[in-house]
Design a protein around this ligand. Structure first.
Ligand SMILES: Cc1cc2nc3c(=O)[nH]c(=O)nc-3n(C[C@H](O)[C@H](O)[C@H](O)COP(=O)(O)OP(=O)(O)OC[C@H]3O[C@@H](n4cnc5c(N)ncnc54)[C@H](O)[C@@H]3O)c2cc1C
Length: 452
């Protein structure tokens, strides 16, 4: 049978762009449809604008610390509109780059929402396109539960572009996105309250890391309220919002950010016309080759279950394209993927948490260091850093690495290579440090911690 395309990709986000670009460059006839923005979540309402705002938020502590180094700084006003508009300009530049990348790989870009008509046909703007294979790279969408006043809450999609800077912000949620936005707005000068219904935020991260991060974030001025839920939100006549809490308290704020999770964006995708299995948790089910239960349809990235991270979606897109059009093996190794929470200070993590490592390795040896980074000795900040290595005592292999401290994201990337290669504690010990840095702590940890 003749199709219009070899591959039709729905969604031009991290995974979809990578899959179509690589497939196109390998000679396949490819089209990708996108109904919102080129580059998807990461470029438009995720990693990129978030990191730009993290940079912006760090200046306040730098201005403060500069005094100890002799800089006579005045209180410097912050202008939200400048940050927001400059961010938008940068994103428009990136959107154009994504268009060019696809054009250069001979990928046809079709603007509009894609709907599956059958296992080989996608409809966009009323037009039907047939393809031998279809990839669902539709990503995720923020989820705000419905309750009285939930319409006043904004999601991470809107928070970047608020018209007015919220002087008082409530952030609801305990995942990494919630924690990052608390840090951003706190650094930009807002009075931030973070509300989380669980005992401690960042579930899934190493427990000690979660504790240290909570202490440091609270010391920076975020009002952390755990075991606290929102019961309703009321709009007051003068425009501010009153949040009623499960504790019986109420809180008045200018904006409420709900960062309580994301769900695959599957509405109105035409899934009823095909035989694509969806898991109980609402994700598209795939095998190791990203194939759904409908053999001609594939899915990857945030629409499938797994680590919802841009580099993961990119790897999946690349692996799928090479598998389909270059005969390469497809199975990805998801172990030891380094991640960072861009809060202040950063959290960087690779491999197992201490809880996982203790369950897996009976002879686990733990190394840990708490210290005040050199910069703060003159700067005056009380911020503490923590680094920890988890080693399997039987093989000497490093099975987990964690850091809470400035630039943890930058520091951990290199160590992720070492862990991927199976580095042992002896390898770390034999590595000469770079002095004076915080990162050298990782290669000078000598005394195991007898557990506390
Ligand atoms: C606030 C925030 C911060 C984040 N920070 C980080 C970070 O620091 N590091 C990191 O690695 N990850 C981060 N992420 C996660 C990262 O953005 C995602 O994991 C990544 O974008 C997933 O890529 P994807 O291709 O699966 O989906 P997406 O990038 O979401 O792309 C899906 C695309 O499909 C389009 N689409 C959906 N349905 C249709 C349809 N029917 N027709 C046409 N188009 C459609 C959407 O408009 C979208 O452009 C962050 C996410 C958020 C929300």
């Amino acid at each position: 049978m003749n199709y219009d395309y070899d591959l039709f990709v729905i969604g031009a986000g991290s995974g979809g762009v990578r899959a179509s670009r690589i497939a196109g460059s390998l000679g396949a006839k490819v089209a990708v449809c996108e109904d919102l923005y080129m580059g998807g979540t990461c470029v438009n309402v995720g990693c990129v604008p978030k990191k730009l705002y993290v940079f912006a938020s760090e200046y306040s502590s730098h201005f403060e610390d500069a005094k100890g180094f002799g800089w006579q700084t005045q209180k410097t006003p912050f202008d939200w509109a400048t940050l927001r508009d400059n961010k938008q300009e940068e994103i428009s530049r990136l959107n154009a780059i994504y268009d060019d990348l696809l054009g250069n790989a001979n990928v046809e870009v079709i603007r509009g929402r894609g709907r599956l008509v059958n296992s080989h046909t996608v409809e966009v703007n009323g037009e039907h396109f047939t393809a031998e294979r279809i990839v669902l790279a539709v990503g995720g969408w923020p989820f705000i539960p419905e309750f009285s006043g939930s319409e006043y809450a904004v999601s991470s999609n809107e928070i970047f572009d608020l018209t007015e800077f919220p002087q008082r912000l409530a952030v609801v949620g305990g995942g990494y996105i919630a924690v990052e936005f608390s840090g951003i707005f706190n650094g930009l000068g807002a009075q931030v309250t973070q509300l989380y219904r669980g005992e401690l935020f960042l579930r899934g991260f190493d427990d000690e890391v979660r504790d240290v991060a909570a202490t440091e974030i609270a010391n920076k001025g975020v009002d952390l309220r755990f075991e606290t839920d929102v019961t309703s939100i009321e709009k007051l006549p003068e425009g501010s919002l009153r949040i009623h809490l499960s504790t019986g308290d109420a809180l008045e704020v200018d904006a409420v950010l709900y960062a309580t999770g994301r769900k695959p964006k599957l509405t109105d995708l035409g899934l009823e016309n095909v035989d694509v299995a969806i898991s109980e948790r609402g994700y598209i089910e795939v095998n190791d080759q990203f194939q759904t239960s409908e053999p001609s349809i594939y899915a990857l990235g945030d629409a499938t279950e797994g680590m919802a991270l841009t580099p993961v979606a990119l790897e999946e897109g690349m692996a799928l394209a090479r598998y389909l059009y270059n005969n390469e093996p497809c199975k990805l190794n998801y172990n030891n993927i380094a991640t960072t929470v861009f809060c202040q200070p950063n959290i960087g993590t690779i491999g197992m948490t201490e809880e996982q490592a203790r369950a897996a390795y009976p002879n686990l040896v733990k190394y840990r260091s708490h210290f005040r980074a050199m910069r703060h000795n003159l700067g005056g900040s009380k911020e503490q850093s923590m680094m920890k290595l988890l080693v399997d005592g039987d093989t000497d292999k490093v099975v987990g690495m964690h850091m809470v401290g400035a630039d943890a994201g930058e520091i951990m990337q290199g160590f992720a290579v070492a862990m991927r290669m199976g580095a042992t504690k002896a390898d770390f010990d034999a590595t000469v440090g770079i002095h004076p840095t915080a990162a050298e702590e990782f290669v000078t940890l000598r005394d195991p911690v007898v557990d506390d």
